[in-house]
Design a protein around this ligand. Structure first.
Ligand code: IMP
Length: 501
């Protein structure tokens, strides 16, 4: 007979944390959110790769490209570049993150001298940048002929068809710096010459980057940024259990710091084979996470197969319809609690601590705190990051509201059949995800700061200042459906709605 669990599987919303004793030192500024990303012998060695904040972005087309990866690494987290693209395109995205020099920006607005003032204005309206590079071929790395900023034209006095060559600041009037210039040197030049923009050029006078006056200050605003030994931003990359023999070497060569097998269900021989390939070829040098699983057996299987971290969650994602279409999955909280317990037992037995990532279903900021308290080391989020300026999808105005597009990897739009593949045919047999909109929320930096301040405040209420302490000390309670009603405002009329009913 089939096995029946006696308890229902539960979601984050069904739990609350109880406060603990808060001492004088327990203030948000003193809370560390450092989290291990890969397995290590806890108590005997340092974790070789930790996150500075416990957040990673989902392995999805509508979430994690190179722009997202740079923005999140600046805050101390990590993106996993999506694997549902060609090996070459994914490796290029990884390369762009690794080649990104903090404060050095590849020019986003570029025209030839034959373009007109109308073209400049159209470009500015489209992407919001007021500095335009004038290059021989309108490419970001073409031969530099001049630049145009809003100081160079007056819309009210000039005809829209004036060519750029007539009002740009020409090359011979520009102060530039060579490729090897450091950020500090660039800033000194900007300061000495009272510049707003410093073009960095190679020996053939091709434009490489701009350094903007404001970016230097911005760089200093990111004390937690996640960088490798060469001060490059760190980045992860998704792989699948089909083309790993080609994809893994390309991503490693491009500089990916960690890989993750992206699959809707990870308790499978295919994941073991993928990890075996990596271990045979690279030993422990290449780090790889695996998943997703929702129970003890799944965790132990992947830990024993050699995964560097294990991802938990089936069916809880905001765009996910796996539970409806296939009838498999488990409430995220229950899945996480069981896996975290198995992880702790595995550590007791082997001395190896395998970090656990809670993937999907985070709706409220406090769900992050709950996930950490339940034993997650870090969380993976899709919908959360899709709402920000830095996600790869366009910002649209729909019914008077700004939104961004967000679609599942199992949707027909993403066509990521490898993620759902069980060794069958090479296509997507049915959809497991939807194509949707999410409400636009502004910049990643502002939102992550707000979210993490809430996490830290709750941790202080619980009397802890680190994630391991929260995992150890937290006390959680299941809430009844009536106490959920009690938890929102109730039995009052909001002043904002008074008279409008
Ligand atoms: P979210 O943060 O709730 O939006 O969930 C994001 C997670 O959903 C991802 O990290 C994936 O694990 C999962 N996911 C992504 N695309 C799909 C899909 O099409 N169907 C089911 N799950 C998906």
């Amino acid at each position: 007979m089939a096995y029946f669990y006696s308890e229902p599987s539960r979601t984050f919303n069904e739990y609350l944390l109880l406060p603990g004793y808060t001492g004088e030192d327990c203030v948000p500024d003193r809370v560390s959110l450092v989290a291990p990303l890969v397995k290590y012998r806890r108590g005997q060695e340092e974790c070789p790769f930790s996150l500075n904040i416990p957040m990673v972005s989902a392995i999805m087309q509508s979430v994690s490209n190179d722009t997202m990866a740079v923005a999140l690494a600046k805050e101390g987290g990590l993106s996993f570049i999506y694997g549902s693209q060609s090996v070459e395109d994914e490796a290029d995205m990884v390369r762009r993150v690794k080649n990104h020099k903090a404060g050095f920006v590849v020019s986003a607005s570029n025209l030839t001298p034959d373009a007109t003032l109308a073209d400049v204005l159209a470009l500015k309206a489209r992407n919001g940048f007021s500095t335009v590079a004038v290059t021989e071929d309108a490419s970001p790395n073409g031969k530099l002929l001049g630049i145009v900023t809003s100081r160079d034209y007056r819309v009210t006095r000039m005809s829209p068809d004036v060519p750029v060559r007539d009002f740009m600041t020409p090359r011979d009037k520009l102060i530039t710096a060579p490729a090897e210039t450091s950020l500090k040197e660039a800033n000194d030049i900007i300061w000495d010459h009272k510049l707003n923009t410093l073009p960095i050029v190679d020996q053939d006078d091709h434009l490489l980057y701009f350094v903007f006056r404001k970016d230097y200050a911005e760089h200093k605003e990111h004390p937690l940024s996640l960088q490798d030994e060469q001060k490059r931003y760190m980045v992860g990359a998704g792989i699948n259990s089909r083309d790993y023999e080609r994809r893994v070497p390309a991503l490693v060569e491009a500089g990916a710091d960690v890989l993750c097998i992206d699959s809707s269900e990870g308790h499978s021989v295919w994941q073991k084979k993928t990890i075996d390939f990596i271990r045979e070829r690279y030993g422990d040098r290449v780090k790889v996470g695996a998943g997703n699983v929702v129970d003890r057996e799944g965790f132990l299987f992947l830990a024993e197969a050699g995964a560097d971290f294990v991802k938990v969650g089936i069916g809880g994602g905001s765009i996910c319809i796996t539970r409806e279409t296939k009838g498999i999955g488990r409430g995220q909280a229950t899945a996480l609690i069981e896996v975290a317990k198995a992880r702790d037992e595995y550590f007791e037995k082997t001395g190896v601590y395998v970090p656990v990532c809670s993937d999907g279903g985070i709706v409220q900021d406090h769900h992050i705190t709950l996930a950490l308290a339940m034993g997650a080391d870090f969380v993976m989020l899709g919908r959360y990051f899709a709402r920000f300026d830095e996600s790869p999808t366009p910002k649209l105005m729909i019914n008077g509201q700004y939104v961004k597009e967000y679609w599942g990897e199992g949707s027909n739009r993403a066509r990521n059949w490898q993620r759902y593949d069980l060794g069958g045919k090479d296509n997507l047999a049915f959809e497991e995800g939807v194509d949707s909109y999410v409400t636009y929320a502004g910049s990643l930096q502002d939102n992550v700061a707000k979210t993490l301040y809430k996490v830290k405040s709750t941790m202080c209420n619980c009397g802890v200042t680190s994630i391991p302490a929260l995992q150890k000390e937290a006390r959680l309670t299941v809430v009844s459906s009536t106490s959920i009603v009690e938890g929102g405002y109730h039995d009052v009329t909001l002043r904002a709605t008074m008279g409008k009913e």
